[in-house]
Design a protein around this ligand. Structure first.
Ligand code: IPM
Ligand code: MG
Length: 418
């Protein structure tokens, strides 16, 4: 029996969780998450690690621009992720056009071979869906996370010899500049993500798994994925699970027309990237979208939302995405009950509607005074903590808040310290 990678390797009485605030508003999100988690008496020891733009700047200051040791991820952080049972990450800032800069999360996906990107999209009470008729949306998307165009095998200029490897390149010979990014799929890569999706469906009693591809046009890569999908699907028919393959462009359309028809989706990296953003938009958008990067060696849970640099350290961002991400992480650790409490509490605060961040007021309540009426990230998080533990004292909330602040001090990053 292969182990279920969606569950921590080893069940323990206490877990070590590495937490990484990232950059900018990532710190605000993480502080909110810690405020809530600190009130919950979880069997978890938290270890701080940093990564992202802040570490890039620190390494450039330390080693000098152009030094090969400059990176968005310090060696200390890699060690901590390796040694933790799970990692919770907030959001990082990427800057285009910086020489040598490599995205921290893309590096971690490759380094730890985090081949599953698990992205649920489920309607939340009090947020709902922008679609007519309030369709029931509860989709779990498995995005392949290491291959495809993310293999980072790219050329510009294209080496001379590569013009001759395929007759299709003939017409490009006369072009002034030609760039090529290889779309690499492997049988192993396709099979493991497809199996993860079916195994999940089997374990959770879900009845369909959709594979979204463009095998009708992209014959080799998508053709191979489709073939493997249909083979694996046969094995799961006996469990009453139906495998359905369709064109990814059609999925993009049907997701809006009939989202209730989707249950588990498995997609290659790029299609999964796009379709997961679309699916999240059906249930409130990125402010509510969690994800997990999971493999045999590690699991890094991160919200899909960005680090919103313009609001850095202003506590304006919605704490729900990171809290729903923390819920996924707790489930990974087998702490399902604690995870369920978080989700339930978020729903209660959203339905009650008294303590909401600006985006919820503006986008889901149509409040013309959203700017003025908005609660801060921490106020909303504290309200969620009150729902998780009814009757919790304000002193306890303040204590959790102070601890969270200390844990997420953005002036004290760790890494590149040796
Ligand atoms: C995501 C993001 C990342 C990706 C970016 C930030 C590198 O869009 O996690 O979906 O492209 O995978
Ligand atoms: Mg994305």
């Amino acid at each position: 029996m292969t182990r279920n990678v969606l569950q921590v390797k080893e069940k323990k009485d206490r877990y070590t969780v590495c937490y990484m605030p990232g950059d900018d508003s990532g710190f605000d999100m993480m502080e909110a998450a810690m405020l809530v988690l600190n009130t919950m008496d979880l069997p978890i020891d938290f270890v701080r690690a940093d990564l992202g733009w802040c570490m890039w700047e620190k390494s450039v200051a330390k080693f000098g621009e152009g030094d090969a040791r400059c990176n968005t991820v310090p060696p200390e952080t890699i060690k901590k992720i390796e040694n933790a049972d799970a990692t919770l990450m907030a959001a990082i800032t990427s800057k285009a056009g910086v020489k040598g800069f490599k995205s921290a999360i893309l590096q971690m996906r490759q380094l730890f071979d985090l081949y599953i990107n698990l992205r649920p999209a489920k309607v939340l009470p009090g947020v709902g869906t922008p679609l007519k008729g309030d369709p029931k949306i509860d989709i779990v998307l498995f995005r392949e996370n290491t291959e495809d165009l993310y293999a980072a095998v790219e050329f510009n200029p294209l080496p001379k010899e590569l013009y001759d490897v395929h007759k299709g390149m003939e017409r490009f010979k006369k072009c002034s500049e030609v760039a090529v990014s290889w779309r690499v799929f492997s049988k192993e890569g396709c099979e493991r993500i497809i199996r993860a999706a079916f195994e999940y469906a089997k374990a959770t009693g879900r009845k369909t798994v959709h594979n979204c591809n463009k095998a009708n046009v992209i014959r080799e890569t998508d053709g191979m994925m489709k073939k493997i999908f249909l083979q694996v699907a046969k094995e799961y028919e006996q469990f009453g699970i139906k495998g359905i393959e369709e064109n990814a462009d059609a999925t993009a359309m049907w997701l809006i027309k009939n989202p209730q028809d989707y249950d588990v989706i498995v997609a290659s990296n790029v299609f999964g990237d796009i379709l997961s953003d679309e699916a999240s938009q059906l249930v409130g958008g990125l402010g509510f979208a969690p994800s997990g990067n999971i493999g045999e060696k590690a699991a890094i849970f991160e919200p899909c939302s960005g680090s919103v640099p313009k609001y850095a350290h202003q506590y304006r961002v919605n704490p729900c995405a990171i809290l729903l991400t923390a819920k996924m992480m707790l489930e990974y650790l087998g702490l399902d009950e604690a995870g369920a409490k978080i989700e339930k509490a978020i729903g209660e605060v959203l339905v009650e509607g008294k303590v909401l961040t600006y985006d919820v007021l503006r986008d889901f309540r149509g409040d013309p005074n959203w700017e003025k009426d908005a609660a801060s990230t921490l106020e909303m998080a504290a309200e969620i903590a009150r729902k998780i533990t009814p009757g919790i004292s304000e002193a306890r909330i303040e204590q959790a808040k102070a601890k969270a602040k200390e844990m997420c001090d953005w002036t004290k990053t760790v890494g590149f310290d040796e």
